[in-house]
Design a protein around this ligand. Structure first.
Ligand code: G3D
Ligand code: MG
Length: 224
């Protein structure tokens, strides 16, 4: 299965071809960046991605989405950001996650469930892990999901906000179920992806100018 906000990508080995359609990219500059989701199982990572990309929520969410990544574009004032959003394929259940997963990520969204203290502890672990072994300039977003279950909250908002602040991370409380803050979180994350004005890859993102008459660029998506 594969899904995309603007177009489909069949699997991780597929090449994504950017199309220079003005309707698709009203802004000529396109920044591409990888976003990874990390966090304990069942915190709602897949649900958040589906909510943002497909505007859907399922009470009976399959544990994995199936595709290696989904794409969604966000339009900023004078450029467009094309996000490759990587969801885990359930590896987090085994408390192991290959560093390959977050390699070259421009943004990492660390998700916990506001009704689970364990998931918050796990989120703290992931932030430390990323800051130790992850990409140097990776922006980190701490996301407390399931805000619709605030009556069962065990993770204090201020405690989480302070922790995020200490670690230099952005902080959002969100609900994949009600859609609360989901778009804002991903859009804010998208704007943190570095724009490389030279048009080349800077390791974490790549800027492509679609206003030239050159053929659309083909970018291999596998394994970075
Ligand atoms: P994961 O990808 O982190 O493992 P999932 O998590 O997206 O698979 O979600 C795990 C469970 O939490 C799913 O329920 C899903 O419906 C639920 N969930 C995800 N986000 C929210 C939310 O914002 N609010 C509420 N109330 N539930 C949410 P099941 O029943 O399939 O286990
Ligand atoms: Mg999942």
């Amino acid at each position: 299965m594969s899904m995309s906000g603007e177009k489909s990508i069949s699997d991780s080995k597929s090449a994504a071809v950017l199309q220079s359609s003005p309707a698709l990219f009203p802004n000529a500059k396109v920044v591409q960046g990888k976003v990874v989701l990390l966090g304990d199982s069942a915190v709602g990572k897949s649900s958040l991605v589906l909510r943002f990309v497909k505007k859907q929520f399922s009470e009976y969410q399959e544990s994995t989405i199936g595709a290696a990544f989904l794409t969604q574009t966000v339009t900023a004032k004078d450029y467009t950001v094309k996000l490759e959003i990587w969801d885990t394929a359930g590896q987090e259940r085994y408390h192991t996650m290959s560093p390959m997963y977050y390699r070259n990520a421009a943004v990492a969204v660390i998700v916990y469930d506001i009704t689970s203290a364990n998931s918050f502890a796990r989120a703290k672990f992931w932030i430390k892990e990323l800051q130790k072994n992850g990409p140097q300039k990776c922006s980190i977003v701490l996301a407390g999901n399931k805000l619709d279950l605030a009556d069962r909250r065990v993770v204090d908002t201020e405690e989480a906000r302070l922790f995020a602040e200490e670690k230099g991370a952005l902080f959002f409380e969100v609900s994949a179920k009600t859609e609360h803050n989901v778009d804002q979180m991903f859009e804010t994350a998208a704007l943190r992806i570095p724009k490389n004005l030279s048009g080349k890859s800077n390791g974490l993102s790549k800027t492509i100018d679609l206003s030239s008459s050159a053929q659309p660029e083909e970018t291999s998506k596998c394994c970075n």
